[in-house]
Design a protein around this ligand. Sequence first.
Ligand code: PEP
Length: 251
Amino acid sequence: MADRRKLAAGNWKMHGVGADLAEVDALAAAVPEPGCEVLLCPPATLIARMAARVAGTAIEVGGQDCHPATAGAHTGDVSAPMLAEAGASHVILGHSERRTDHAETDAGVRVKAEAAMAAGLRAIVCLGETLGEREAGETLSVVGRQLAGSVPSGATAAALVVAYEPVWAIGTGKVPTMDQIAEVHDFLRAELIARFGAEGDGVRLLYGGSVKPSNADEIFAVSNVDGALVGGASLKAADFGAIVTALERAA
Ligand code: PEP
């Protein structure tokens, strides 16, 4: 099995202003030398300030989306090279909220991932079924289709992270059973190996959806879970620090 470094990634979504950077200082103090990778993805307005704030700590900073083009007439968008210049090392792509709010497709996510990788960013590609799809028994076919369509052919273990986020578990407090998480993560691992060989074995697979300090230990014990993508619980250093500590225990 590949040696996959565990990753705790926080998605601040459209939350956070300058005053909230105090949480980043508190997180850096709480986990000064983390035994796993720690990433925070704030709104675009805070990337450069957060990157400056975490300089000299182990905390990395990422974006929440990027445009596939390097530059151009795309009002309101931010390109991958712009994120990199602002201090981002990663970018979340294809989050279900963007797939819903902005009608993002698998093909659209794939070209964004290509742009991210070309700019030297690690792409965190998100996948996940709706409740209706799960109840219809379509979970594996949905995430398999999303994986095939959203991940570019040149992906490597260094450049790609995949996050399994059941849409019905995001921000709801509902979490799949550990068997359900294992089924999807084992399936995604097999699909990645089938497509990318040893590189696919090295791609980190994150679970996302209502991860909290109280459930992190059991989730991190699940087969092929290499970390978490955390929304609400990443906003407070006390909660995210506890999740990082749980991941360190599992590493
Ligand atoms: C997310 O936004 O990716 C997420 C998993 O949110 P939450 O942890 O709040 O469910």
